[in-house]
Write a protein that binds this ligand. Structure first.
Ligand SMILES: [Zn+2]
Length: 405
C-alpha cells in the first residue's frame, strides 16, 4: 500500500445549501494512508456519535462521552474515507473529522510546525461529536460538538456539514495552542476576545481559499476582479461565501461596539483588504492585467472611471489567464496566512490589542521580505482606525527598518 500521498475525504467547501456548493470536493489530508482508522480516529482526534440524545458539554460534564454510539465509520477497502454517501450519518461523521484535519494541515503548513492541543495535558485526543439535538455548535476543552443550523426557513442543517463553522471553531483551538490560554487570575488584553473571533473567521476564510471550487467561483464571478469584494463597495455583502461577506466589510473602529464579533470586523476587514490588494498587485506585476503599478492603493478614492478601467483590464482575455490569476490569489493568500501564523509567537494574551496584533503581522511580513505587502497592510489598518494615521508605525529591525505614515 502506498501511504505517501495521504488519505482522501469528501468535503463541502461551504454549507451545501450555498449556491454553487452542492457537491463535495475530493480532498487529501496529510495523514498517511492507513493511519486514520475506523471511527474515524487518528493520533489526535476521534469521532463519537451518540446513539441517544446528548446534552451539550458544560463543565463539569466533559469528554469522553461514555454512552452508546452509532457504529464506527469504516474506511473503504483502499483505506480512504471518500466512499461514503453524502446525506448519510456516516458521511456527517467523516466530514467533520476531515474538515478538522484539513484546517490543521493548512495552519501547520503556515506555522511550519505541528499544532499541539492546548488541552494535551488532560486529553490525548480531541473528541468530535458530529450531531446533537441543539441549535448551536461549540468548541471546548477537549471537544468539538455540533447541532443544527435553524436559521433557514423551517429547515435544519447540520453544522457538521459547514466547513465555515468547523474552521472557525478550530481557529479558536489553534489560537489557544499557539498563543496560550489566558493566565489564571489575570485579565487578558482588552481586545483578547474580539481578536479570537476575528482570527477564527480568518482561519475559516483562508481555509476556504484552499478549495478549488471556492477559488474558481470567486474568480470567475468577477472575471478575477476581486476589488469588487473589499471595503471599496458593497459587492461583498452579496457574495455566496459567508467568510467573504464577513471579511469584505467596511467597518472602522469608530463604527463598532464592544460586542466581540462586531468589534472584530475592522481587523478582519483590513486583513482581507490586504489579501485582495496583494493579489491585484501580483496580477499587475506578472503582466496578467494591464494597469499601472500600485494602482490598487489609488483605488481608495475609487470613482466610476477607475472601477470601469479595472473591470475592463481583468475581463480582457479572462479565460486565458484564469489559472494564472488563481496562482496569484493563492500566493497572496499564503503570504498573508504565513505572516498571521508567524505573528502569534510575538503576541501575549496579557496585552492583546488589535494594534499589537496588527504590528506583529506587519513585522512578520517585513521579516519574510514582504515589505511592500506590510506597507499595504499598514494603510489598511490605518483606514480601519486600528493604527492611528497620525502616529508613526515602525516595522522591522536593523538595516531594514522603515517608518510608515
Ligand atoms: Zn468564535
Amino acid at each position: 500500500m502506498d501511504t505517501s500521498s495521504g488519505t482522501r475525504f469528501l468535503l463541502y467547501p461551504q454549507a451545501p445549501i450555498t449556491p454553487g456548493y452542492d457537491k463535495p470536493e475530493l480532498v487529501w489530508i496529510s495523514d498517511p494512508l492507513g493511519s486514520v482508522t475506523a471511527g474515524p480516529i487518528n493520533d489526535r482526534m476521534y469521532v463519537k456519535d451518540p446513539l441517544t440524545a446528548k446534552s451539550p458539554y458544560e463543565y463539569p460534564y466533559l469528554p469522553p462521552y461514555p454512552g452508546a454510539t452509532h457504529p464506527v465509520v469504516e474506511p473503504s477497502p483502499s483505506g480512504h474515507f471518500d466512499h461514503l454517501e453524502p446525506g448519510s450519518r456516516a458521511f456527517l461523521a467523516a466530514h467533520a473529522f476531515g474538515c478538522v484535519a484539513r484546517i490543521l494541515d493548512v495552519w501547520e503548513g503556515y506555522l511550519g510546525h505541528r499544532i499541539d492541543w492546548h488541552f494535551g495535558a488532560t486529553y490525548e485526543r480531541l473528541e468530535i461529536v458530529p450531531l446533537i439535538e441543539w441549535d448551536n455548535a461549540q468548541s471546548g476543552y477537549g471537544y468539538l460538538e455540533f447541532g443544527y443550523d435553524t436559521s433557514g426557513a423551517g429547515e435544519r442543517y447540520p453544522y457538521a456539514l459547514n466547513f465555515d463553522v468547523i474552521a472557525h471553531e478550530i481557529g479558536h483551538s489553534i489560537l489557544f495552542a499557539e498563543i496560550g490560554m489566558p493566565r489564571d487570575g489575570f485579565q487578558p488584553g482588552p481586545d483578547f476576545v474580539a481578536y479570537h473571533e476575528g482570527v477564527s473567521d480568518l482561519c475559516s476564510l483562508l481555509g476556504m481559499l484552499h478549495f478549488d471550487t471556492a477559488m474558481d467561483r470567486l474568480l470567475r464571478r468577477g472575471s478575477g476582479n476581486l476589488l469588487a469584494m473589499n471595503e471599496l463597495n458593497a459587492f461583498a455583502e452579496l457574495a455566496d461565501e459567508r467568510q467573504v461577506r464577513i471579511a469584505g466589510n467596511a467597518r472602522r473602529m469608530s463604527e463598532v461596539g464592544s460586542e466581540p464579533h462586531d468589534k472584530s470586523r475592522p481587523f478582519t476587514g483590513a486583513f482581507f483588504d490586504a489579501i485582495v490588494e496583494t493579489y491585484h498587485n501580483l496580477a499587475i506585476d506578472q503582466g496578467l492585467v494591464d494597469l499601472p503599478k500600485k494602482s490598487v492603493a489609488d483605488a481608495r478614492d475609487i470613482d466610476a472611471d477607475i472601477a470601469n478601467s479595472f473591470k475592463a483590464a481583468f475581463e480582457e482575455d479572462y479565460e486565458l489567464k484564469h489559472f494564472q490569476l488563481k496562482g496569484a490569489l493563492a500566493d497572496a493568500r499564503d503570504v498573508m496566512g504565513r505572516a498571521l501564523a508567524a505573528s502569534w509567537a510575538h503576541l501575549d494574551n496579557d496585552d492583546l490589542t488589535f494594534v499589537n496584533a496588527g504590528y506583529a503581522v506587519c513585522e512578520a511580513l517585513q521579516t519574510a521580505g514582504q515589505g511592500d505587502v506590510a506597507e499595504n497592510l499598514v494603510e489598511c489598518l490605518a483606514w480601519r482606525e486600528i493604527f492611528n494615521p497620525f502616529d508613526s508605525v515602525m516595522v522591522g529591525q536593523g538595516g531594514r527598518s522603515r517608518v510608515w505614515i
